[in-house]
Design a protein around this ligand. Structure first.
Ligand SMILES: Nc1ncnc2c1ncn2[C@@H]1O[C@@H]2COP(=O)(O)O[C@H]2[C@H]1O
Length: 259
């Protein structure tokens, strides 16, 4: 089982700044930000499942165009898995015939191009041995992170989150957690913005790490482009015993195969 980073920036600003998406093997996406636009048509055609952390645009931007591009070239629906509130936003504000056609009823109700399926925190979906579980997060809109587990190695993704007691508890309950991708959207100079928009500042990320009793390799994501250097300087200066690295598009994580 492999996880590849397609995009991990907190915004845009040139080729290196692609927004959030992780590709699991060849057929599963976690979030659908602008990083998905890098995939070839052939690669897009292999996508079967998309798990969303929340409905903010930087995490769903490519979803409408992905469905339109490949929907009629496939024989079965692409399945989007997300929390109830996120699916409601998609139905009411994206696939509403105004912003985009409602592909959940195209070409018809029986075998549409897009299916929306609710998934709840703690509920594991086992896709041929690839286990995907939403974990709690606290953001400006309803949101989750995800745990991705092969049975032989696991990766947790915080999603967009402020300090979230339930997420810290969930991470501490995964004793063999190998990798943690966690956000730090703002530097300390923008702590007030981090608080109002429910993100982590670099100092808040350090606080979360200090409270972890597990010891995964830590990769920092979702840096806002205008502050990327400031955030990087601060997060990498972590005084604790975890080793932090910045996440980069193109990076791959191997999680092994199901035992
Ligand atoms: N009051 C606000 N609440 C939430 N987000 C805000 C606010 N003001 C500005 N923003 C920005 O809007 C962005 C929406 O996406 P993000 O959550 O990644 O980051 C958010 C902030 O950068």
């Amino acid at each position: 089982m492999r996880v590849e980073v397609l995009g991990c920036s907190g915004g845009i600003g040139g080729a290196g700044f692609l927004t959030t998406s992780l590709l699991v093997d060849e057929d599963i996406l976690i979030d659908c930000g602008t990083g998905v636009g890098q995939l070839s048509l052939e690669a897009l055609l292999r996508i079967e499942h998309i798990f969303l952390t929340h409905a903010h645009l930087d995490h769903i931007a490519m979803l409408p165009m992905l469905i339109d591009t490949i929907g009629d070239l496939r024989s079965r629906p692409i399945i989007v898995h997300a929390g109830r509130e996120t699916l409601k936003v998609l139905r009411e504000h994206v696939f509403n015939w105004l912003v985009w056609p409602d592909f959940t009823v195209i070409p018809g109700y029986v075998n549409p191009m897009l299916r929306l399926e609710e998934i709840r925190c703690g509920q594991t979906l086992n896709l041929a041995g690839r286990m995907i579980t939403p974990i709690p997060a606290r953001h400006a809109v309803p949101a989750t992170g995800y745990l991705i587990d092969s049975g032989n190695g696991s990766l947790a993704f915080s999603g967009d989150t402020a300090i979230c007691e339930e997420q810290i508890a969930a991470l501490n309950a995964i004793p063999d957690l190998r990798y943690l991708i966690i956000e730090a959207a703002f530097p300390e100079s923008q702590r007030a913005m981090a608080e109002v928009s429910c993100h982590l500042s670099s100092g808040m990320l350090h606080e979360v790490l200090r409270r972890l009793t597990v010891r995964p390799e830590v990769f920092v994501t979702h840096l806002k482009p205008g502050y990327a250097e400031e955030i990087a300087r601060e997060v990498l200066n972590y005084p604790g015993d975890a080793e932090l690295r910045l996440l980069a598009a193109g990076q791959r994580f191997e999680l092994g195969q199901q035992a």
